[in-house]
Each structure stands twice: as structure tokens, then as C-alpha cells.
Design a protein around this ligand. Structure first.
Ligand code: ADP
Ligand code: MG
Length: 493
């Protein structure tokens, strides 16, 4: 009587106007576990018609209520309840996140804790938004009101699925906007599970909708839709450019958090152990699938050889494994598509530079999109592996002779999301901080991210800022009100 046990394949629909609804075309798409390559869920595809329904629901909730009547204080309370739901379900959400995107469970647990913190932060900020009185002449009163932008379409990536949803939803709801969230088609599961609690916490129907499908169809329908006021996007620079063009016809407000090729700069006087660790952490955390990955490692010539050796020795000991094992420090890449993309860069890297370690598939695994942590060295900054975002566990190590050259190479990229500098010399550290053209700079660390501090890029890493009060600003309009206090006619005609 034994049958081979297949994991249950759960089915999900789209969440529109407070209800779970099937696709108008009845189509579904498969969602995978990248460590087994097995299907773990089937999700309803949102067609352009379904996207239209979601936007209409958000529009109605925004334009005619009850959301406009919900006080800022009550919006804050709803956000606190969302945080509480996340904390109550943290273990299950972390496990689902790790299974769906391949990240180590320990990292997924940090992500989910950050999700709750993000909702709490914006819950507290919801009723701190105030206008100002403007110093116009005495016979008038001018003040500013801050009003929600309206309906926000929020298109997010697969590397931090629920955390990116939180970074988008929390400030938008705090500001009083209504949302249509489109998770990445590779990793929609945690956002869909999360949507189950929206009614319970008192989010009225239509205030948050979650729709699924590939970017070119579902995402593009949102970008083109005249009922959408604002697009918030996190993803690749290539798609960011498509979105800006698509949003032009209706002049939607757009914020973009795109890719990077961030420099992680090491001077010879840096704390040795911390530096070697920081170089690896900067580029290999989350399998290198991080927009701010320190994928260009710039090392002062005096320590260069030894530094590459020390990094290599430690990188070889990084524990690859199934995402749900607690000792795992690196899981599989998210998808076959990403695996192919990264391994093609590995082939290129072997031609463009020298290989210190890695360079291919992690052979210990029969199944799953596992890639070895890879270090290329003697990389020329004009090489493609030094200029293009790989979004995988691939480091390009580049030597430099002096501070001036370090700064030049650090900035010699179309991107400007992040950068880091390691030294014990505070004069040098802050000179480099001032010279780097990037939105986030770390000194003697790389990657820590806090909800209280702004996140976003310079140059082709996008525009707008997330997190902190900056994140909520992006969902607010400014209305100027002029009140005439002078009862006499204008007297012009
Ligand atoms: P990747 O290349 O790693 O898949 P993308 O930038 O393509 O990263 O994806 C990030 C998000 O953007 C996903 O939710 C995806 O569905 C969406 N997306 C992709 N293409 C488009 C598009 N043309 N219009 C709108 N959204 C898109
Ligand atoms: Mg894509």
C-alpha cells in the first residue's frame, strides 16, 4: 500500500477587494522549492483584467471609503496588529520564506523579525505626519497639508519577499494610501499567507490587494493603469527603465530601488579579522542575491595577496546546504533562470580574471540550484564581471595603490546604491565617505539595514528613498492652502 509521498502542492488565488478570487483566465503558474526543484504551490495568474479589478478596488477604497475616514491613529493601530500577526506566525513564515526562495532559515528568521519591526515603525509614524505654516505676509495665512498620494502599485523582487512587501505596504498604509502589491512570480507565498490576516486586523476590503503573475503581464498592467497614482518598484535596473517609460504616459509618481555593483574598500590598516569577514559577509550573505552586495572588493596593494588568500581559505569553509538546516550559511539560488544567469557569469569570469575559489555548480548536491561561493581576483575594473550586476555569490577582487585610485575605481560604475570602507584612520574613512557617490555607505561593516535610516541609490541604482520618514514621504503629496485675511476686494479691475 505504499505510494511515493509527494509534498502537497498548495493552491493560492489573488486577493482582491478583501476576497480570494481565481484568475479570470483560470490560469495558474507553478512556484518551486529551489533546493529540490519541486513544485510547492500553484498560484492563480492575474490577467490585465484581474489587475484592473484590483486597481478598481483600491481606487474605490481610497476615493469613497472607509479608508479616508480611518484616522491616522487607527491606521497606526492596524499596522501594529499586522506586526503582531507576523510575530505570532514568525516560525511558519520564516520556514515558508526559506523554502520558497532558498535562503538559510536563520536568515529568513531575521527577515521576518524585520518585517514585524517595519510595521511597528510605520504604525508609530502614522500619526506623526504634520503640515506647516508658511511665513507669507500678515494679511494672509498659508499652510501645507500632507495628503496620501492615492493608489500605489508596488512591484517587488524575490530576494527578500515578505520584507520587501513590508517596506512597501507599511509606509503606504501609514500615509493613508491604498495598495496593489505584486510579489515576484518566483516567491509570492509569504505575501499570500500574510494576506490571510488582513480582514482580521481590520483592513477594509480594497485597501490592500495582492495579485500575482509575471512582470511583463501583471506588472505591466499596473504600470499602464490610469487608476494608479504611484509605482514603487524594487528590482533590476533594466525593468526599472521599462517602468519609467511605461509610467510616463500617465505621469505616475515613481520610486525605484534598483541594482548595484557596490564597492567594498579595504585599506591596509583595517582590522584584519573583521575585514576578511566583512568582505565575505558583504558579498555572500543571502547567496549574494542582495541589491547592495559588496561584489567589487577593492583591496590596498600592500595587503592584497594575503587578503585574497585569507578570503579564499574562509570562503571554502562556507557551509552550503538545504535552506531549512540551521547550520546552512548558503542555500540554492532562487530559480533555474537565476542559476543559469549566475553560472554564465562564472564562465565569463574564468576568462576575464583569475579564479581563487569556486567557479561553478556546487557538486555535492544532486538537485537544487546550488552555486559555489566564487572569488575572482586580479579583476580589471573594465571587465564585465566588475561592471554588471550578477546577483549571486560572486566576488570580484581588485587591487588599488592609493586612496585616490580607490575612490576613482569605487565610483567608476553606472550604479550608486551602496559602498563600504574599512580602515582605522578616521580621516581617511570620512574622506572616502564624502567621495563615494552612493546612497548608503558603511564604515567598518557592510549590509546592516535599519528601518529608522534611509535606503536608496544614486545614479542608475534608482531614485526615491525607502525606510524612515523618507519612506513615508514618497507616499505623500503636499497641498498648499492660501487663506486671504484681507476683506477688501483685490481692486485690480
Ligand atoms: P529579475 O530579473 O531578477 O527577475 P526583475 O526586475 O525582472 O528581476 O523583477 C522584479 C519584479 O519586477 C518582479 O515582481 C517582476 O515580476 C517585475 N517585473 C518584471 N518585468 C516587469 C515589467 N515589464 N513591468 C512591470 N513589472 C515587471
Ligand atoms: Mg525578471
Amino acid at each position: 500500500m505504499s505510494t511515493t509521498a509527494k509534498p502537497t502542492v498548495k493552491t493560492y488565488q489573488n486577493y482582491i477587494n478583501g476576497q480570494w478570487v481565481p484568475s479570470s483566465s483560470n490560469e495558474t503558474f507553478a512556484v518551486y522549492d529551489p533546493s529540490t526543484e519541486e513544485v510547492i504551490a500553484e498560484v492563480a495568474t492575474a490577467t490585465a483584467r484581474d489587475a484592473d479589478q484590483a486597481v478598481k478596488a483600491a481606487r474605490a477604497a481610497f476615493d469613497s471609503g472607509p479608508w479616508p475616514e480611518t484616522t491616522a491613529q487607527d491606521r497606526g493601530r492596524i499596522l501594529f496588529k499586522l506586526a503582531e500577526k507576523v510575530r505570532q506566525n514568525a516560525a511558519a513564515l520564516a520556514e515558508l520564506e526559506a523554502r520558497n526562495c532558498g535562503k538559510p532559515i536563520v536568515e529568513a528568521e531575521f527577515d521576518i523579525a524585520d518585517v514585524a519591526t517595519c510595521f511597528e515603525y510605520y504604525g508609530g509614524l502614522a500619526n506623526k505626519v504634520t503640515g506647516s505654516v508658511n511665513p507669507v505676509p500678515a494679511n494672509a495665512l498659508s499652510f501645507t497639508m500632507r495628503e496620501p498620494m492615492g493608489v500605489a502599485a508596488q512591484i517587488i523582487p524575490w530576494n527578500y519577499p515578505l520584507l520587501m512587501a513590508a517596506w512597501k505596504l507599511a509606509p503606504a498604509l501609514a500615509a493613508g494610501c491604498c495598495c496593489v502589491l505584486k510579489p515576484a512570480e518566483q516567491t509570492p507565498l509569504t505575501a499570500l499567507e500574510f494576506a490571510n490576516c488582513f480582514m482580521e486586523v481590520g483592513l477594509p476590503p480594497g485597501v490592500v490587494n495582492v495579485i500575482n503573475g509575471v512582470g511583463e503581464v501583471t506588472g505591466a498592467a499596473l504600470v499602464a493603469h490610469p487608476g494608479v497614482d504611484k509605482i514603487a518598484f524594487t528590482g533590476s535596473a533594466a525593468v526599472g527603465k521599462v517602468i519609467v517609460k511605461g509610467a510616463a504616459d500617465t505621469l505616475k509618481r515613481v520610486t525605484l530601488e534598483l541594482g548595484g555593483k557596490s564597492p567594498n574598500v579595504f585599506f591596509a590598516d583595517a582590522d584584519w579579522e573583521a575585514a576578511v569577514d566583512g568582505a565575505l559577509f558583504g558579498v555572500f550573505i543571502n547567496q549574494g542575491e542582495v541589491c547592495s552586495a559588496g561584489s567589487r572588493i577593492l583591496v590596498e596593494r600592500k595587503i592584497y595577496g594575503k587578503f585574497v588568500e585569507a578570503m579564499t581559505e574562509k570562503a571554502k569553509r562556507i557551509k552550503l546546504g538545504p535552506p531549512l538546516e540551521r547550520e546552512t550559511k548558503m542555500g540554492p539560488l532562487v530559480s533555474k533562470e537565476q542559476y543559469d544567469r549566475v553560472t554564465s557569469y562564472l564562465e565569463l569570469g574564468k576568462k576575464e580574471a583569475k579564479t581563487a575559489t569556486g567557479g561553478g555548480r556546487a557538486k555535492a548536491f544532486g538537485k537544487g540550484y546550488y552555486v559555489e561561493p566564487t572569488i575572482f581576483y586580479d579583476v580589471n575594473n573594465s571587465a564585465r564581471i566588475s561592471r554588471e550586476e550578477i546577483f549571486g555569490p560572486v566576488a570580484s577582487v581588485i587591487p588599488f595603490e592609493n586612496e585616490g585610485e580607490a575612490i576613482h575605481v569605487a565610483n567608476d560604475t553606472p550604479y550608486g546604491l551602496a559602498g563600504a570602507v574599512w580602515t582605522r584612520d578616521i580621516y581617511k574613512a570620512f574622506r572616502v565617505v564624502k567621495s563615494m557617490r552612493a546612497g548608503i555607505i558603511w564604515v567598518n561593516h557592510m549590509q546592516p539595514t535599519y528601518v529608522e535610516a534611509p535606503w536608496g541609490g544614486y545614479k542608475q541604482s534608482g531614485f526615491g528613498r525607502e525606510l524612515g520618514p523618507w519612506g513615508m514621504e514618497e507616499y505623500l503629496e503636499t497641498k498648499q492652502v492660501f487663506v486671504n485675511l484681507d476683506e477688501a476686494p483685490i481692486g485690480w479691475y
